[in-house]
Write a protein that binds this ligand. Sequence first.
Ligand code: PLP
Length: 451
Amino acid sequence: MTDDIMTPEMRDARYVMHPLTDARANLQSGPLIIDRGEGIHVYDLAGNRYIEAMAGLWSVGLGFSEPRLVAAATRQMERLPYYHPFSQKGHGPMVDLAERLVTMAPVPMSKAFFTNSGSEANDTVIKMLWYRANALGQTQRKKIISRQRAYHGITIAAASLTGIPANHTGFDLPLPGFLHLTAPHYRRFARPGESEEDFATRLAAELEELILREGPETIAAFFGEPVMGAGGVIVPPRTYWEKIQAILERYEILLVADEVICGFGRTGRMFGCETYGIRPDVMVLSKQLSSSYLPISAILLNGRMFEPIADLTHTIGTFGHGFTGGGHPVAAAVAVETLRIIDERDLVARAAEAGAWMQERLATLADHRLVDEVRGVGLMAAVELTPARLADPAAWPTGALGRRAAQLLQQQGVISRAMGDTLAFCPPMIIDREGIDAIVAALRTTLDLCL
Ligand code: PLP
């Protein structure tokens, strides 16, 4: 068949290799091709409208048609479409963004370093940690602790931090020196009779045992998302972060908060760290930072992290790390404008209010026969399904029900994300009650159709 009589879906199947996709399924049908967006909605090529209840990939906070972001990008394109920050060069948008981020951080931070994606940012933090350890003469301090079900990205080191087996299988990952603790999922991992606080105490003890077993002097840092996102929207149990931080402080281990999903209002406060009283040494930001209109990520470092690195740079030369597109002026200008809009429209407070409504409405599904757990905070939530109460549960291997439900929900005009048998919801922060009600109504219909 020649290209001119093939549909875009067929051409996609022929030419595109997709990330995180079952290649056989894509060969059969091609993908759902999205053509345009407006507010909380996107439209496919046939003109069908969907509520994007995942804001793309947890990221399009301001919705799909914010003219001010387009204008900010255009202005910067016309003025200076590209420059870089290597070798003591710079440009205005990067300075503006760095100042804004350092001054708005919930704990004292000293510098911002820019990259293009969450994965690059986390890889960069790992290199900074190793460099810092060498600068301090602590050459053994290279191991990194994260958690099962964590998602920190997909490049080699970031994927090693990630604790999801599907991102390791077939890739010879994780690398050695990346250690994973139990995920703080109370419903799944608490022992019979254990309270949330007892569970948190046990997980903190598990951290301490690991540190002592490995040797505190070998541990560089602990990485954590305030709320785990791609691992299934896992909301930490009460007192979890307080207890984890006490252990890290006891052994002087740095804490890196991966705010790639939680940052900029998603949990109902500006940062997930504020929602959970986390005092990180490093914060990793991306996604809603630019509403994902252009790729950009930022690392905020406090003095404890930055100063040894700067000292070494001073002594032996250059910090030999950076990316051509890091802190790209057009992406940085869009990010500065995104933060301005979030402030001017009081979007964090609005998202908190919309989030409370979303949690309340989704909770009404908790007694549905197919629902195992509804969980979430702010404008991020998960509905975990179980085939246990279907007529033939054995016919539903893990993930099959999730895939089926996401597909049916899409037919009802709502795009969600299936993670195993869990459906995630993380709509644009501009969503209102009417949009949330439409998602919940479509989900109820979907669950009934699955029975
Ligand atoms: N960290 C977290 C918490 C994420 O959710 C993601 C992506 O979903 C990443 C890092 C990786 O970001 P990216 O896909 O931009 O590399």
